[in-house]
Write a protein that binds this ligand. Sequence first.
Ligand SMILES: Nc1ncnc2c1ncn2[C@@H]1O[C@H](COP(=O)(O)OP(=O)(O)OP(=O)(O)O)[C@@H](O)[C@H]1O
Ligand SMILES: [Mg+2]
Length: 348
Amino acid sequence: MEPRDEPDPTTWWERYGHRLGGDPVAADHVGEPVSEDPSPAPAPFEPDLLLRARGPVPDRGWRRWLHVVTLGRVDPGPSAAQLAEQDRLARVRSRLAGTHRVAITSLKGGVGKTTVTACLGLALAEHRGDRILALDANPDAGTLADRLTGHTDRTVRDLLDDLDRIDSWTAVSRYTSLAGRLQVLASEQDPAAGEAFTRDEYLRVDAVLARFFSVMLTDSGTGMVHSAMSGTLDVADSLVVVGAPTVDGAGRASKTLDWLVAHGHERLVREAVVVLVGRGSREIDAAALQEHFRTRTRAVVEIPHDPHLGTGGRIDPARLRPATREAFLALAAAVAEAFPARVSSTAT
Ligand SMILES: Nc1ncnc2c1ncn2[C@@H]1O[C@H](COP(=O)(O)OP(=O)(O)OP(=O)(O)O)[C@@H](O)[C@H]1O
Ligand SMILES: [Mg+2]
């Protein structure tokens, strides 16, 4: 009798068996003769082999719905958006050896530096287990702490005055306030005293804080020539340059890069992340704008206009639009890509 023309069970099982709760490994042995060896060597204990290989469960949209109503028997797999988010999270969680200092700068004032510092810090702190600091080095009564915690009673000036006594985490935390898991250090609130925050003072504060924090974000204040700025740039491991998707906003960001190159910071510029905040006009060629900065720097991230950020008040991450959260996660991932000794957390 002719054998029946059946579908190839190996192929089908290998492709779909695990989604129905089967063990696809077993399919490898279909049709193999049973071993004649009476005393096979004991297989080493491999915990991973005891787990059925399953990919990530879909967490949104129709894919999640289908997975839930079929009790996981039908698994359409994650969407491209979910995979992209997981990739960003893996990059944000990259391991970091030592302390990484990020300076957030721009030649132009009012372009969004403080908001970017705050939301970048919140994104890093939310997804990482180590200590993240957002430090306001603005000489003109900076608003970073106002936007994050509202606590400006202890400032970087107080920390500087007591620097010799800072020998423990408890001592440091007396000068910072908490927004979620992000530590925030306010700037001097008296603009006249702020002028006295010199390069040396910045470096002394930095040296002490670096013993306690893995990532230090410095909101540098407006302009590139105030006294603390040269200290910030001298110790920065990487740079975020903030601009806007407009001809003048992008022009100022480009001039910021020129200024940095002219003052010996070519490496920082090559590795910089440019952030374009807000809406651009339809008349702007957004692709050409991105291309311009891509040729000069490591990455470009666009942050959309967000009504909650537009209030200029205290930032509540839960009130940000999903697209804004996504954009700041993309920024955090781009920044974390420059972390030294990067080891993907998914590989561990
Ligand atoms: N993505 C955004 N969507 C809507 N509004 C925003 C966004 N980013 C920043 N803003 C608003 O723009 C204004 C200026 O932002 P911000 O204070 O961050 O700028 P800055 O560069 O730090 O200014 P300065 O140079 O004075 O320190 C604020 O009111 C802020 O809330
Ligand atoms: Mg500011």
